[in-house]
Design a protein around this ligand. Structure first.
Ligand code: ATP
Length: 300
């Protein structure tokens, strides 16, 4: 009977391993949120990034028929500059970023990178040019070094360590029991929200893309961690075209350009100072968040 159990045990192990593998894949797809139907256009050519200028032209998009989320967005993000996208929840901020990464194709209009329509270039080359620091980073059940190198598994150790330094997570890793080999994720060491975000920043630094999407976390980190991450991100964004999906306006005061999305359209655009002075939606949002901050500080 025992003889019979051994292979069964083995099967169980294989099943669990595969299942875990599937969970990782699921997490990845949740992270990427990629519908399978996006394919390279016939005759797609690699994207050639010269400077990394991004342009949204008459962009329209609906996830489902009859409910248009973006209703004609025109935006220009000069190479190396930063654009912050704000607006109420559900305004379509993340959708704009998803279209840039080509998780979906627009129903109208187009997106250009250095003059090339992203719908006509190969997806591999497009995605190689764009780095995303997502709201929530899903860690793989593997070492912290693997998690940083993810997407560039051939990266030499010194580059992984340089990326960790750039993301200011090197000190933390040095204190881990097995350093870069320490297992993290569901079955390893659990990292805090801030630490996970730093892993994502390090991963992005290693990828070294000319275009960056920062999807700011909705769940607030404590204010000291947030400030520290903010300054790390500013360093990463320097000299890259950066699109920031912002929830807290305090983090985007220095952006070169801020746009407010409302009802699928660009309602306002300008710098922080210009938008405050014009006393519109942005000013209203700013005042509301400032009041909330003051209240939180009073409670603390
Ligand atoms: P938040 O500030 O809450 O993150 P957002 O401005 O980033 O919001 P989006 O995530 O872009 O908003 O969503 C815009 C709208 O599209 C929302 O009404 C949302 O419910 C809808 N939406 C988002 N993803 C999908 C999807 N996969 N299928 C159908 N509708 C979706």
């Amino acid at each position: 009977l025992l003889q019979l159990f051994r292979p069964l045990n083995m099967l169980g192990w294989v099943y669990r391993s595969i299942k875990q593998g599937l969970i990782d894949m699921e997490q990845m797809f949740a992270l990427l949120d990629t519908p399978a139907e996006i394919v390279d256009a016939p005759g797609a050519v690699p994207l050639r990034v010269h400077e990394g200028a991004v342009r949204f032209e008459g962009l329209r998009f609906a996830y489902e028929d009859g409910r248009e989320i973006l209703k004609g967005i025109d935006l220009e993000v000069p190479a190396g500059s930063s654009l912050a996208v704000v607006g109420s929840s559900g305004a379509g901020k993340s959708t704009l970023a998803r279209l840039l990464y080509r998780f979906y194709d627009p129903s109208g209009g187009r997106i250009l990178i250095d003059g090339q329509d992203i719908g006509r270039v190969t997806q591999d080359s497009l995605r190689a040019a764009i780095g995303i620091v997502p709201q929530d980073t899903v860690l793989f059940n593997d070492s912290i070094g693997y998690n940083i190198a993810y997407g560039r598994e051939d990266a030499p150790q010194d580059e992984i360590e340089a990326a960790a330094r750039g993301a200011s997570i090197d000190g933390f890793i040095a204190r881990l029991p097995d350093g870069y080999e320490t297992k993290v994720g569901e079955r390893g060491l659990k990292l805090s929200g801030g630490e996970k975000q730093r892993v994502a920043i390090a991963r992005t630094l290693l990828k070294d893309p000319p275009i960056l999407i920062l999807d700011e976390a909705t769940s607030a980190l404590d204010s000291r961690t947030e400030e520290a991450i903010q300054s790390t991100l500013e360093g990463v964004a320097k000299s890259r075209t950066t699109i920031i999906i912002a929830h807290r306006l305090s983090t985007i005061v220095g952006a070169d350009q801020i746009v407010v999305l409302d009802e699928g359209r660009v309602a306002e655009r300008g710098t922080h100072g210009e938008l405050l002075a014009s006393g519109g939606l942005y000013a209203e949002l700013w005042n509301r968040q400032a009041a909330e901050r003051a209240l939180e500080e009073a409670v603390e």
